[in-house]
Design a binder for this molecule. Structure first.
Ligand code: SAH
Length: 343
């Protein structure tokens, strides 16, 4: 019989599991408290459970437990963790302290299928989807390392495309926000997609409360086809329709992420196109100056070019933020995460 990973279950599902196993219902809450509040993954250490229940759980259940291989601290306080999974593969998470906020950037896949030309994760290819337990455990592990023991915000912007691992990502979101031992508030979670349009529509049905970000990066289909091959499947018009349909609570906007790359998408004309595109739905714009790396020949534009680009958008009435990536000295900045232990 396949053992069930209890870190992949919501409170309701844990209760069902415990009842089916013929145990008392209150055991479900006790177990979840160990897993999600205390960060204990070993049944033998769950001391308020009877010895017989502990050994029974060892037979019928398991618990995902990421192994920290390396942790690196940046000069700016950003922490990067490299975890080894049970099958020997590696993923990374990045914990970013920012005033009262403690934001965790979480991975959803080992590698990525989408092959965006500017992104290191894509360059390394795709290995597999993460399970819901592996996604959630990144938050549990990071809480143990965060000052004050709390992760206040989660961004699904690490390795992988969350909407390409839809089922496990949504299950992980349900577990993170489960009212029984909530790890993070639903309004504090941002899902970022490269533009999997049908996934956006599905998300609208299954978990619309999450904040949505889209890595747009250009408003020219020909350029986007080349830069982000997913665009050949879901071109800008299709993507914009899905985004415009997404049910936003009052006052909420979709974040447009625009990695700005010298000579590729940083001209005045590019800014004008983005200015128009960003009116298709309520939006705010994050400009992310490209983080350079040896493997990819794109370059970061000058600060002046970025500001000029931002000014054009601002003159159109948009909210624009220039994002300086954190943790670049430890290869933790946007697009620098990769799947091996070579970091
Ligand atoms: N697949 C999802 C989640 C990954 S988020 C998505 O595409 O949104 C990764 C973010 O980092 C994306 O916004 C991407 O555009 C950005 N990015 C990738 N490589 C980068 C680089 N070298 N410099 C700056 N941003 C980069």
């Amino acid at each position: 019989m396949n053992r069930i990973d209890l870190k992949q279950l919501t409170s309701g599902q844990t209760l069902d599991f415990i009842k089916k196993a013929g145990e008392k219902p209150f055991r479900a809450g006790q177990i979840r408290k160990w897993l999600f509040e205390n960060g204990v993954s070993d049944f033998n250490k769950m001391t308020n459970l009877s010895k017989s229940l502990r050994s029974r759980l060892n037979e019928i259940a398991t618990v995902t437990d990421l192994k920290e291989e390396i942790s690196l601290e940046s000069e700016d306080g950003t922490l990067k963790f490299l975890y080894r999974l049970d099958d020997g593969l590696f993923i990374e998470s990045v914990l970013i302290p920012d005033g009262k906020r403690m934001t965790l950037c979480v991975s959803t896949q080992v590698g990525c299928k989408l092959n965006c030309r500017f992104c290191l994760t894509g360059l390394a290819g795709f290995k597999r989807d993460l399970t819901a337990g592996e996604i959630v455990d990144q938050v549990i592990k990071a809480r143990g390392k965060a000052d004050g023991g709390r992760v206040t915000n989660v961004v699904l912007m690490g390795m992988g495309e969350p909407l390409d691992n839809f089922k496990n990502t949504v299950q992980a979101l349900k577990i993170m926000t489960d009212p029984d031992f909530r790890l993070v508030g639903v309004r504090k979670i941002t899902l970022s997609t490269a533009g999997v349009a049908p996934g956006i529509d599905l998300l609208a049905q299954e978990f619309p409360k999450v904040k949505l970000a889209v890595s747009l990066n250009t408003c020219d289909d020909a350029v986007r086809d080349d830069m982000m091959p997913i665009n050949r499947k879901y071109p800008l018009k299709t993507l914009a329709s899905s985004l415009a349909r997404f049910p936003l609570p009052k006052g909420r906007r979709i974040t447009i992420e625009y990695v700005i790359i010298s000579g590729i998408n940083d001209s005045d004309e590019d800014a004008e196109k983005l200015k128009r595109f960003a009116f298709k739905f309520p939006s705010k714009i994050n400009l992310i100056p490209y983080n350079e790396c040896q493997e990819i020949s794109y370059a970061r534009p000058s600060r002046r070019a970025v500001e000029r680009f931002a000014d054009i958008l601002i003159s159109g009435g948009h909210s624009v933020f220039i994002r300086e990536s954190r943790g670049s000295d430890i290869m933790a900045a946007c697009g620098q995460l990769r799947k091996t232990a070579k970091t």
